[in-house]
Design a protein around this ligand. Structure first.
Ligand code: SAM
Length: 220
């Protein structure tokens, strides 16, 4: 416990004064105005929000490899695509052309990204057994199990034998998922069963960090 001579309270006041000085506020405002905006950051920035930071650090960054090939399913505006740019090739696969066009606005200059419009559960243009890492966040939470099962089958075709597949899905055991009408009727039990039935082995999972969803990592 700090004693009476602690500088704790004066430090807090001085920090507040510094952060609220006109110059500081102006420079924060200018940084905000000129920062490149990405569609999707309004759901949480993985550089800032702790549970997303955890997913980034445990399930994304350790797998990035400049000699390997990755697929992102449903990249949206590129909230997670940013972390996958270090792959030799990144296939950004989305069902909606408009979303792919939005992604291209921010990432079109990256020569290693291929933008692919798919039919909802397939991987056109991607060669069999050619992919080392597959990632999806914010997309499978909206897919019902029949579509997830079709995706699991399609992923088996393109994944290399030791590929890591990381999927975030809706977890209706959690109150925030129950309240979200747009979330599919999925749970960790159902997702595990679907992954195993599709012939994969489960390598890891996180059912506690996210408030409305869970994450599973698996391989063939
Ligand atoms: C809510 S956004 C999430 C975007 C991004 N992954 C993020 O976390 O910010 C869902 C994305 O999935 C795409 N999408 C929806 N259904 C899809 C499907 N069946 N296959 C591939 N992409 C799909 C949407 O077009 C959109 O880009």
């Amino acid at each position: 416990m700090p004693g009476l001579n602690t500088t704790l309270h004066l430090d807090m006041l001085r920090r507040w004064r510094h952060e609220n000085a006109l110059g500081e506020r102006l420079s924060r405002g200018l940084r905000l105005i000129f920062r490149k905006q990405l569609y999707g950051l309004e759901w949480g920035d993985p550089d800032v929000v702790s549970p997303l930071q955890f997913i980034r650090d445990e399930y994304v960054l350790p797998f990035v490899n400049s000699a390997q090939v990755a697929v992102e399913i449903g990249p949206g505006g590129g909230r997670w695509t940013r972390y996958l740019l270090g792959f030799k090739t990144l296939y950004a696969v989305d069902f909606h052309q408009e979303l792919l066009d939005q992604l291209k606005r921010n990432f079109g200059r990256h020569r290693n990204i291929r933008f692919i419009k798919n039919g909802g559960t397939d991987f056109p243009e991607i060669a069999p057994e050619s992919v080392d890492y597959i990632f999806s966040f914010g997309t499978f939470v909206h897919l019902e199990l029949d579509l997830i099962e079709r995706y699991l089958e399609a992923m088996r075709m393109i994944a290399k034998p030791d590929a890591n597949i990381v999927i975030q899905y809706a977890d209706k055991n959690k109150i925030m998922a129950q309240l979200n009408q747009g979330f599919s009727q999925n749970t960790p039990d159902r997702m595990r069963a679907a992954v195993l039935a599709a012939g994969y082995r489960i390598l890891g999972e996180d059912t506690t960090s996210l408030w409305h969803s869970s994450v599973i990592r698996f391989a063939k």
